[in-house]
Design a protein around this ligand. Structure first.
Ligand SMILES: Cc1ncc(COP(=O)(O)O)c(C=O)c1O
Length: 423
């Protein structure tokens, strides 16, 4: 059964129903209205971080001006309200992911901290000498390094699913990697450098048929598509608030309650305990067992507002609109002489990574910046992936639902300027 989605925010609910009115949507994002270097800002760095709608900004201001207090510990009015809103945000995340219970939602700093939590807690408990952890060639460093550190510490082995030239996982090779020593598969849902959408349900089913749990790094998935952790069947799912139009400093680990219950705490401190003596500490129940210290209360509440916002827009409509924009962008860029798109998987989300013959990506980024166009250049925290494609870096335009065809045109024109200046 699919849990009901949170109610639409009033601002969006008042709008005429089903059209995807991008001009109207852009009005909700004050930052997009500015000029950069005397040119209208074209923000195409959404995979690094997304912009915030006014409703998120207003929610943070309202919280900090009328509610701000510490949660869970106080009996006074403000503390009770802060706690209600903080726990309300947890319920919104639960509905957003269609998790079964609020206690399966743990607030952390972001996807990076979420993966580290699972590596330190579940990993140290279950992974020992000779065991194996399976990741893929397209992982972000945050889904490589924590497992590498764990494997070093536990004398375990990191195994890597290879990819093809389009940037798709070789699923036959994946199945061959799974064996009785495999203790965990940790895999990205959508690649931040290629845009590849991995066939996550099949990946999970193959692991589960051998009794292996799966962590999914959803950092680049949740801004672009509806995610249902129960339908997917994953054991852990992590994402960052700032990539889904919420504040920085807040992120989420979803974990199946049965697994989380059996895992030791990641960090010790206030709020994660039931009782403390110098001899012994007993731990709090879920999710608090994994939330030591004062959490990012305003961040969580801001994330709740961002979730309301995208839910009201409709994740399915966002996916459809972005697909159209991505196709248009791919066509416009592919028509540029000497330009090669890196990442041409059949199933892709809104990422256009590319290289231009004879030009360093950093120079592309600098010239585009002069045109008011914000893209990212570099290895995008995926150095092994860059090595796989034989490039030191790419230029990456990453789209969100507030981007337009006109902005893609500006990017294509900006690339002509790059060619004029550098070639
Ligand atoms: C696929 C993927 N995973 C994990 C992360 C890490 O996210 P954060 O830096 O917000 O913890 C990112 C950030 O770019 C990402 O793209």
């Amino acid at each position: 059964m699919t849990a009901p989605r949170p109610a639409a925010s009033p601002r969006l609910a008042e709008r005429p129903a089903r059209t995807f009115d991008v001009a109207r949507i852009r009005e909700d994002f004050p930052i997009l209205k500015q000029q950069v270097h005397g040119k209208p800002l074209v923000y195409l760095d959404n995979a690094a971080t997304s912009q915030k709608p006014q409703v998120v900004i207003d929610t943070l201001v309202r919280y900090l001006t009328t509610i701000n207090a510490n949660v869970h510990r106080g009996i006074h009015y403000l503390s009770a309200r802060a706690t209600d809103e903080f726990e309300g945000a947890r319920a919104k995340v639960r509905l957003f992911l269609n998790a079964a219970e609020d206690r399966e939602i743990i607030f952390v700093r972001g996807a990076t901290e979420g993966i580290n939590l699972v590596a330190h807690s579940y990993g140290r408990q279950h992974i020992g000498p000779g065991d194996e952890v399976v990741i893929s060639h397209m992982e972000h460093h945050s889904n490589i390094v924590p497992w590498q550190m764990l494997c070093q510490e536990r004398s375990a082995k990191l195994r890597v699913i290879p990819i093809n030239d389009a940037g798709e996982l070789l699923l036959d090779e994946y199945e061959k990697l799974l064996n009785p020593r495999t203790k965990l598969v940790s895999i990205v849902h959508v690649s931040n450098s290629l845009g590849t959408v991995n066939p996550i349900e099949g990946i999970i089913a193959a692991a589960h048929s051998r009794g292996i749990p799966v962590l999914v790094d959803g950092a680049q998935a949740v801004p672009h598509m509806a995610v249902d952790v129960r339908k997917m069947g994953c054991d852990f799912y992590v994402f960052s608030g700032h990539k889904v139009f919420g504040p920085t400093g807040i992120g989420v680990v979803y974990g199946r309650a049965e697994l989380l219950e059996a895992m030791p705490p990641y960090q010790g401190g206030g709020d994660m305990i039931r009782s403390v003596t110098f001899e012994k500490t007993t731990y709090n129940s879920l999710p608090y067992k994994f939330e030591a210290g004062t959490p990012d209360v305003s961040g969580a509440i801001g994330l709740g507002a961002a979730i309301d916002y995208v839910t009201a827009l409709g994740l399915d409509r966002i996916t459809a609109y972005e697909h159209e924009l991505l196709d248009y962008g791919a066509r416009r860029l592919a028509a540029i002489d000497g330009l090669q798109i890196i990442g041409t998987a059949k199933d892709k989300a809104s990422i256009l990574s590319f290289v231009l013959e004879g030009v360093h990506p950093h120079d592309i980024g600098t010239i585009l910046d002069g045109e008011g166009i914000a893209i990212r250049t570099g290895h995008h925290c995926t150095q092994p992936l860059m090595d796989r494609f034989g490039v030191p870096a790419t230029a990456r335009a990453s789209l969100a639902f507030y981007n337009t065809r006109e902005e893609i045109d500006a990017l294509a024109q900006g690339m002509q300027r790059v060619i004029e200046v550098l070639k």
